[in-house]
Design a binder for this molecule. Structure first.
Ligand SMILES: [Zn+2]
Length: 175
């Protein structure tokens, strides 16, 4: 396995340690200046191979998923309805909602309680849209994906691990 055989992006920065991650299926290397990418690849060969295998499995699984076709108004109306219900449940007031195309995530929430949703969520089934809304609003209670956060999620969504997995798989259908 050589770096040239793997789709990747390399950039160099003023950092101490190399960072490797897969962003939507592409290997991204951020390296300290002067570091040799081939050497990093050799050192992390197993990790990279495992990730590539997992991505291949997800691409296969993605073939079994169907995209939902719904109009933009239906989609946004559905999201807003979930926001109304879930924010009541959490007793929080959401400031604003933005829909746009995001390249690396389904949604996010800011400390100022502004929600941003990936417009591509409109292709997801209802239960996953509801899950995303709940997940983001839950971050107002627990900022990070720690044990308390997942405990809160699991009370409402027993199968949240399946939904997380499905969301990861659906990502591979979006391009
Ligand atoms: Zn999260």
């Amino acid at each position: 396995m050589e770096l040239k055989d793997i789709a990747h992006k390399t950039s160099f920065r003023d950092i101490r340690y190399p960072r490797l991650e897969f962003r939507t299926g592409e290997l991204v290397l951020v390296l300290p200046k002067g570091e040799d990418p081939e050497e990093i690849l050799r050192r992390h060969k197993k990790w990279i191979a495992d990730k590539i295998k997992r991505i291949e499995e997800c691409r296969e699984a993605a073939k079994t998923k169907d995209l939902v076709q719904r109009g933009n108004q239906d989609f946004q109306g559905l999201v807003l309805q979930y926001i109304v219900n879930i924010s009541q449940e959490f007793k929080v007031k959401i400031n604003g909602v933005i829909f746009r195309t995001l390249k690396t995530k389904w949604a996010s929430i800011s400390p100022k309680k502004n929600l941003t949703f990936n417009a591509m969520m409109s292709f997801l089934p209802d239960h996953l849209i509801e899950y995303i809304v709940f997940h983001e609003i839950a971050h107002l209670k627990h900022k990070h994906h720690n044990a308390d956060f997942w405990k809160m999620i699991s009370k409402r969504f027993k199968n949240y691990q399946d939904w997380e997995e499905d969301l990861f798989i659906y990502w591979f259908k979006m391009k």
